[in-house]
Design a protein around this ligand. Structure first.
Ligand code: PLP
Length: 388
């Protein structure tokens, strides 16, 4: 029986346990403590952000970010359509309405031209959105400068969802640090993990302090418990921040390993027709958090779904590219702008096993399995000609 090869699993170094042990030894088993402060500071050093608040998920970070830029009931919020539902769910938590924007082919992220057109149109109608949530998908930066320029023109705050893109850069600078607020995730499948966790960053210290305040039940400064605002229980625990400190120290190794995965797939699959890897846009350096490709069924002989099923039978986990949010039943009825590119990437796109802990043998087994699907299909093609 072959051992399972999974999409993306946690990959600890030898440092995390030391930090966790320190938390135990000092009895800082709480959502406050020295690891949290240190994790925030070290995160700023690594990303170049000025201020950071450690939270218990990326979703919580998006929720607070939207609230901090003033999103309220009934507002419109523009949002990438090709992403995980957690990008848009918090828009709905606040009673606001997501408007989904299609991808471009260069980065698979939000199409700046489409954003520009629709904001111009909205400005004319006096119906500008309250915020733009920009996703950096699969470890690749969106075209940030173009998008930021348009947002600045209309004075719309940009929130960067860099949950999948810690370590990726845009023109040499870390993604997540360009917008009014950036968010990251340390969920178990991300490039580094605290088992669950997130970070909110901004260059505006007041915003980040407010995020910490809201995340800790919005307690007023008083000796008794007093509250003037509705708060949340969104702080990261000191133990998990310890794991994060260990993980942060190996981030660049994790990026290198994921990029190596990509290169091996590219080498081993290069002779198969109809496969096209997610491009790396010229403006950025991608982490290749997941290696993704699209399949042209006419050239390859079979479609994405048949490849996925064949690999599952061999205990190799792959996953379709995100189903665009404008196609999700839960978001039916919300507006979308374009969508054909994201739909095509979903229909033909597949994410391959991409963990930084995969061996060369694992990667070759996954590649061989894809080649085998191709070979069996090309045999069928020959037989069908003979049959006729
Ligand atoms: C993982 C992810 C999130 C949510 O992060 P959690 O920490 O799991 O809450 C948000 N957006 C994107 C694009 C993600 O991939």
């Amino acid at each position: 029986m072959n051992k399972p090869i999974l999409l993306s699993t946690p990959h600890m170094s030898d440092r995390e346990l030391e930090f966790v042990k320190e938390a135990f030894d000092t009895n800082w088993i709480a959502p406050v403590g020295p690891h949290i402060d240190a994790f925030e500071q070290e995160f700023c050093q690594v990303t170049g952000a000025n201020h950071a608040a450690a939270l218990n998920s990326g979703t919580a970070a998006i929720h607070l970010a939207l609230q901090l830029v003033g999103v309220k009931y009934g507002d419109d919020v523009f949002c990438s359509t090709l992403t995980f539902s957690a990008t848009a769910n918090p828009i709905v938590y606040l009673g606001a309405k997501p408007v989904f924007i299609d991808s471009d082919r260069v980065s698979w992220n939000m199409n700046p031209d489409l954003l520009c057109e629709s904001l111009t149109d909205r400005a004319r109608k006096g119906k500008l959105p309250k915020a733009v949530v920009l996703v950096h998908l699969y470890g690749q930066s969106a075209d940030i400068e173009a998008i930021l320029k348009i947002c600045n023109e209309y004075e719309i705050p940009l929130i960067e969802d860099a949950a999948e893109a810690l370590g990726a850069t845009y023109k040499g600078r870390m993604v997540g640090t360009f917008g009014r607020i950036g968010i990251y995730s340390f969920n178990g499948n991300k490039i580094i993990t605290t088992s669950g966790g997130g970070m909110l960053v901004s260059n505006d210290e007041k915003l980040v302090n407010k995020a910490r305040f809201l995340a800790a039940q919005a307690r007023d400064p008083a000796p008794h418990y007093q509250h003037s605002e509705i708060g949340y229980n969104y702080r990261l625990s000191n133990i998990l921040a310890g794991i994060g400190r260990g993980q942060l120290r190996v981030l660049s190794e994790r990026v290198a390993a994921r990029r190596r995965n990509f290169e091996i797939y590219q080498q081993t699959l290069k002779n198969l027709p109809g496969l096209e890897f997610m491009p790396e846009a010229s403006f950025g350096y991608a982490t290749r958090w997941l290696t993704c490709l699209t399949i042209n069924p006419e050239l390859f002989g079979t479609d994405r779904e048949q490849i996925r099923v064949a690999l599952t039978e061999q205990q190799i986990e792959t996953r379709p590219v995100w189903k665009p949010l404008h196609l999700q039943p839960v978001f039916a009825g919300y507006e979308s702008i374009g969508g054909a590119v994201a739909e095509d990437l979903f229909t033909r796109g597949l994410c391959l096993p991409s963990g930084s802990n995969l061996t060369i043998q694992d990667l070759e087994r996954a590649s061989d399995a894809i080649s085998t699907v191709y070979d069996s299909k090309s045999k069928n093609r020959t037989f069908s000609i003979v049959d006729r």
